[in-house]
Design a protein around this ligand. Structure first.
Ligand code: SAH
Length: 273
């Protein structure tokens, strides 16, 4: 069968080591009763090990060249092969509105966007597994006090328990990526309500980590002024001095857990009322 030519702009790095493909496919076994959606099957390295699990399965692939290849290689899949862009898909109707497991050897160039989309659909995706860049995997699975801990770590860990499963060398791909890879698994935690206003939580996380070496009292001041402006309050410099002088705000964002960020968000909400 004619092989699919790897295309850089689609983030295509095809797995050539089938024992690793099998191990990645097996990460979906923690949720054995749910349907599976695979992003970016390519030439089916993972797909071939997902099919024998006899679960409801759909694969979504953006590359037109892959589609006939997949139909040929896996005739039993038929309509379960969907040509399209995962980022543009409405996930609600995929499996008749039922929750599903997301998996894949993800296109690394859009992995953050994939996980932001997953967060938007978090109640439909109780489990997400698969392979991404090692450096991103470390960020998503690190906790407070580590260098890798950042915006996406907090936003993701607010809703998911994250696990770093194993590292994969660049030599098992065609073409080899420039970086190492890692396999991760995220499972939806018990949280149904964050316990603070979600929009403000995201603003607090983003604006503090965007100046990650600064003390919170420094990076929060512009955010507080911005909220005041939205509330029609004049920009009076001293307004938040006593709030910002609190000793906890000498910390840096990487020292705060998800729960700390929730608490801080509530305090900011009260301060700006
Ligand atoms: N699973 C295969 C291919 C991994 S490479 C393997 O392990 O060998 C990543 C795959 O994601 C490529 O096939 C690429 O075409 C596909 N892809 C890239 N962007 C996509 C998108 N937005 N939606 C769906 N698939 C995408």
């Amino acid at each position: 069968m004619k092989q699919v030519q790897p295309k850089k702009k689609l983030g295509q790095h095809f797995l050539t080591d089938m024992s690793i493909a099998q191990r990645i496919a097996d990460t979906v076994d923690v949720e054995p009763s749910l349907p599976v959606l695979e992003i970016g099957p390519g030439m089916g390295a993972l797909t071939q090990f997902l099919i024998p699990k006899q679960r409801e399965l759909k694969v979504v692939e953006i590359d037109r060249e892959s589609i006939p290849y997949l139909h040929n290689a896996f005739p039993s899949l038929g309509q379960q092969i969907v040509e399209g862009d995962f980022l543009q898909m409405d996930l609600k109707e995929l499996f008749g509105g039922r929750p599903f497991v997301l998996t894949g050897n993800y296109p690394y160039n859009i992995s953050s966007q994939i996980f932001f989309k997953m967060l938007d659909y978090r109640d439909l995706i109780p489990c997400c597994t698969g392979m991404i860049q090692k450096e991103v995997a470390e960020r998503l699975t690190s906790g407070p006090g580590t260098k890798a801990y950042g915006i996406l770590s907090v936003l993701l860990q607010a809703w998911y328990d994250t696990e770093y499963l194993f590292t994969v060398s660049e030599t098992v791909f065609n073409p080899p990526p420039k970086v190492k890879s890692a396999v991760i698994r995220f499972r939806r935690n018990q949280v149904t309500d964050l316990g603070c206003p979600e929009k403000l939580f995201k603003q607090v996380v983003k604006s503090t980590f965007n100046q990650r070496r600064k003390m919170l009292r420094v990076s929060l001041r512009p955010l507080l002024s911005q909220i005041d402006a939205q509330n029609g309050l004049s920009d009076e410099k001293k307004r938040h001095n006593s709030f910002l002088s609190r000793v906890e705000l000498t910390k840096r964002p990487e020292q705060l857990s998800v729960a700390d960020f929730v608490q801080l968000t509530n305090e900011i909400e009260r301060e700006c009322r």
